[in-house]
Design a protein. Sequence first.
Length: 185
Amino acid sequence: MSQKFEFVQTTLDGLYRVDRKPIIDSRGFFNRFFCADEFCNIGFNKPIAQINHSFTHQRGAVRGMHFQLQSHAETKIVTCIRGKILDVAVDVRQGSDTFLQWHTEVLSADNQRSLYIPEGFAHGFQTLDENCELIYLHSSFYKPDAEAALNVNDPRLSIKWPLNITEMSERDKNHPMLGDDFLGI
């Protein structure tokens, strides 16, 4: 058992909530953000290829549901370092028993949780506060020609967003709805 992390398996195989265990004293806290030795226990055995940082001003904004195609599939570890979000992962693994099922976690600066999202999942989130910042660790480099996405309002997914969507990029608004021919990646 880890002294710095608790890995909580979700209902979707390979998708974990990561509870960090800070050391707290009168000065504040010390928190381990990532440890390759400990994350290998849940199957993460690749180097971190990229670290991204996002900032979203408006409460209710949605970003997503993005993923990379198999040739550049990536594992993500998503952490909210300011504010609060509803993080969403959708299983798009071809042949998976939980294909197109989704799981949500509230991530916030206060609860110090992360979501470990393995290859084969689409990812997105909705801001539950104003001025939210996220850090994403990625196992693969971003390749624009390998990018794919699901539409956040796709009725086939029926994602339950807790707030009315206040803002979304034109690109995310225009992702196509899933057809019956989508079998996953």
